[in-house]
Design a protein around this ligand. Sequence first.
Ligand code: DSN
Length: 506
Amino acid sequence: MASAMRLFRAAAAPAMPSLRRHLSATPVAARNAARDIASMNAPLSEIDPDMANIIENEKKRQTRGIQLIPSENFTSQAVMEAVGSVMTNKYSEGYPHKRYYGGNEFIDQSEELCQQRALAAFHLDPERWGVNVQALSGSPANLAVYTGLLKPHDRILSLDLPHGGHLSHGFMTDKKRVSATSMFFESMPYRLDESTGLIDYDALAATAKLFRPKMIIAGASAYPRHYDYGRMREIADSCGALLLADMAHISGLVAADVVPGPFGHADVVTTTTHKALRGPRGALIFFRKGVRSVTKKGVEVPYKLEDAINSAVFPGLQGGPHNHTIAGLAVALKQAQSEDFVEYQKQVLRNSSALADKLTSDGYTLVSGGTSNHLQLVDLRPSGMDGSRAEKVLESAGIALNKNTVPGDTSAFNPGGIRMGAHAMTSRGCDEKDFETIGALLHRGVGIAKDIKKSEGSGGKLQAFRDAVESGVGAEDIKALKADVVSFAEKFETVGSGPPQQPSLH
Ligand code: DSN
């Protein structure tokens, strides 16, 4: 009824003047056009109940579960409002005031505001640093940096994926060049010292001397400790390499100044914007500007990063920027400069330590012996478990984390660990006590996984284990755990999900 009334009112409303002129001789077409506009303005729940339902279910999953994936977070209602705005309608290839399309007055304002806030959020002097806000996400941002600053087949030295690195830093196996970075450039990994779980800087320095990379990357997606960016700079200088810091996992902590950041040492810094920074899905590329060095004769040598990076993003790799994302990112970067955000990031560190301590006291082995940031990497092999089986049971019980390789693993497909982080649940208001409870729930889940594994024989295949979980082995225990997970998680407000959208009458 509501929707019929809506359509009637919209159809009765005058069409846009140009449309009206065009359709004046054809009342049927005019009515159709009015109906089309009305339907374009109707809410999702009315237009597409199937998708509305899927989104509601995802909202429920996020609310009723414990979200521990360390690269995820809850963005704010204000960010989502900007992302869901008319900014999505505009093409604006190019950069502010140099666009290939007209009508970009407000898009320029939005992008410039986003750039200014990005520099301010990371306390950067605009004379010394610039930023590109158009890269679509972390991997495209990194590819843009390589494309802009390296020649095909130049050498990149980066943390090995099984030791905590990221695909886009050049991962390859004996059989396959997996990441585009390893297809178009020559990548060489550096690794952790397996006895400590810390980056082996001496081995890194020796490899750099032999490999002579053009670029060294300081960045990880599963490293629970701080990088020594000063040492990374020294090593880069020892072989004349550029230093790229990919701070995607820690950028919110860096903005809040609660962990060491890379800006004092790196030439270029990339980050996604939807992890610790709590923005929409996107990326930032920061590059140094101004004088790079002064020759013995007193000649200033400038950095030549800005044009190379900007033109690699557009027109090198991308077309029109996602202006809705840039608008949302500007909002997130404003929020990232607040006192509340700093307090939030401090709480993330406290919660991360609390979870690490709880897991340690329950007998788990943490890679590097603990954590200094938001992330915990647990080596399950000493407890007779593996990452895939633990992940499966915990997922069935409403706890989302991910399996992860740990140093010493031989296969990325059967990793020995799980990776967790504190950002998302801290956004929902959890404190240290709550993270101890989360640790206890996790421990129960891993215990159930062990029981199931025992019941189907230790030589069992992973698929057999998954089938066993699906077919109900351990079902009662998983059900009981899930009930406890839901009653715990529902106590905490979900950030930014809002009430379900209802069809509305104007
Ligand atoms: N996929 C992200 C992560 O989970 O760490 C990195 O881009």
